[in-house]
Design a protein around this ligand. Structure first.
Ligand code: CA
Length: 523
């Protein structure tokens, strides 16, 4: 009760901090620090706070249990660079100009780090950026080039290139701690701490090899989905069955005959990509890598697996490496949380953990993201701020990545510009339910026919119970799911007479959302 009362008092005082004005030290002491942790392709299914059967993630769980976990947190466009542009601008892809991974981010536009910088925050980003143009609005930046590499990655540091020996997740954390250690102690700070992991091609840290080796790991219940009634789901190229033996399974040439995977791309020969990933390791790392995987790969070669057996083997190798990569993310978040504790920063720092989208861990037979189906539409979201957020909360109110910019501005006492389309989560995470909170969300994905994985363009609406999707461009198909009776989205109800009323209501709501967010139905 006392904490809630004090939190209310702090909130009441916040409007005194003017938008964009310089502040004296008493005000800056009062404003919270902001640490926004985003990993890449981390599915809720691989976080124990979300009930994962695959892995324990004690440090991410700690953020959840000491704060709040969102069970209905979604992205508006489930792919890497577009999600990051939504984060920075608080605007949908069609308005921030970054629809798919080919586009470049226009760094001259309004972003929340710029507004925080103007409001007296020290701003920094370390790790994955992936927006092609140089970061703007940051006092310091140390970013990977493009997707980055797991071993011996090259960083760009305020414009200068520098290669480091080591493992990417540990290096990014070292740089985050360095930012904190060297911070201007007269200012509050914003740190975007963005991991590359667990993005493809899922290379674990050497010390974690073998940690998730499980030859008995069962495949998910939808693993052998036949995609009946879902034309776009049937025509993608993101099945585990089609993963590359080289770059994805990380097999050296001597362990297989011909590369049979399509890998979701038009890359005709993926072997050089694996040669590059492996070649970046030091001799010592290579020796440890081969000592672990060599006997397993030899066993694979001898077994000469075919058909479903081969696909299930690929699934288990994928999961072993994916979970290994996640483990390091969680472990390193623990280092950051420990630093906050040891330096008296825990109480007055907002810590957000999320991912740029969800991911398929074998559901529907897939890896990757893109679809508006639950696994990739969902993003993990947990937030801790002991000074204001009561511990142990779980909410099913809908949060979107559109909300991050207005939320972080709200904590800094900076008014969100009217052009931002999300809403601040601040009141909600204090434990109150805002009266007019959204009960549906709008989605739009664009990366087709160019790009990876051949997922058709689509847009749609998700309510608490239903989902309506329109796939367009070179097809014209609608899908309707009842998430209550069919949480795995296998049964397309579109056009069924008993759902006619629900269907037309969803169509109306969809048009309303497109008007609200100023999006035109696609062509
Ligand atoms: Ca991603």
């Amino acid at each position: 009760m006392r904490r809630l009362f004090l939190a209310g008092l702090v909130t009441a005082l916040l409007p005194l901090v003017g938008c964009g004005e310089t502040t004296d030290s008493s005000e800056s002491e009062m404003r919270p620090n902001l640490i926004f942790i985003m990993s890449d392709d981390h599915a809720e299914q691989a976080i124990s706070a979300y009930g994962s059967q695959l892995i324990e993630t004690p440090n991410i769980d700690r953020i959840a249990s000491e704060g709040i976990r969102f069970d209905n947190s979604f992205v508006t466009n489930s792919i890497c660079a577009p999600s990051r542009a939504v984060l920075l601008t608080g605007k949908y892809s069609h308005l921030n100009g970054l629809r798919d991974n080919r586009d470049e981010f226009d760094g001259s536009q309004m972003t929340f780090p710029k507004l925080l910088q103007q409001a007296g925050y020290q701003t920094g980003i370390v790790g994955k950026w992936h927006l092609k143009t140089d970061p703007t609005g940051f006092d310091s930046w140390r970013i990977l080039i493009g997707q980055g590499e797991y071993y011996s990655p090259i960083f760009r540091e305020n414009g200068e290139r520098k290669q480091y020996t080591g493992y990417v997740t540990e290096l990014i954390t070292d740089f985050a701690l360095e930012f904190l250690e060297n911070r201007d102690r007269d200012k509050p700070f914003l740190l975007l701490y963005h991991h590359k992991a667990p993005h493809r091609n899922w290379m674990p840290n050497i010390k974690d090899l073998g940690r998730f080796n499980n030859p008995d790991l069962p495949v998910p219940e939808t693993f052998w989905d036949d995609y009946a009634g879902r034309e776009a789901a049937a025509t993608q190229d993101m099945r585990i069955e089609d993963m590359f033996l080289s770059q994805d399974m990380k097999l050296h040439k001597e362990f297989y005959g011909e590369e049979t995977g399509t890998g979701g791309s038009d890359v005709s020969n993926p072997e050089p990509a694996w040669a590059n990933s492996y070649g970046r390791m030091t001799d010592e790392q290579k020796a440890a890598w081969d000592a672990y995987y060599g006997p397993i790969n030899e066993e694979f070669k001898q077994a000469n697996l075919q058909g479903r057996e081969l696909t299930e083997w690929k699934y288990r190798r994928y999961m072993e490496d994916y979970l290994g990569s996640v483990h390091s993310v969680d472990e390193n978040i623990g280092r950051l949380l420990d630093y906050l504790d040891q330096n008296g920063l825990a109480e007055n720092t907002v810590v957000v953990y999320t991912s740029d989208q969800g991911f398929y861990l074998g559901e529907h037979g897939w890896y990757d993201k893109r679809f508006m189906y639950e696994e990739s539409l969902s993003m993990p979201l947990v937030i801790r701020y002991p000074a204001e957020i009561p511990a142990g909360q779980v909410t099913d109110l809908m949060a979107l990545n559109l909300d991050f910019a207005p939320t972080l501005l709200d904590y800094a006492g900076v008014e969100a510009p009217a052009e931002m389309q999300g809403a601040s989560l601040r009141t909600l995470v204090r434990g109150e339910t805002p009266a007019d909170w959204r009960d549906s969300m709008y989605y739009h994905y664009y990366e087709f026919p160019h790009g990876w994985h051949l997922v058709k363009r689509h847009y749609g609406i998700r309510t608490q119970r239903y989902k309506l999707i329109h796939f367009y461009n070179d097809i014209d198909t609608w899908e309707l799911f009842d998430l209550e009776s069919d949480p795995n989205e296998l049964n397309n109800l579109y056009g069924q007479p008993e759902y006619a009323e629900i269907q037309s209501d969803l169509h109306r709501q969809l048009i309303d959302l497109q008007e609200k967010y100023k999006d035109q139905p696609g062509e």
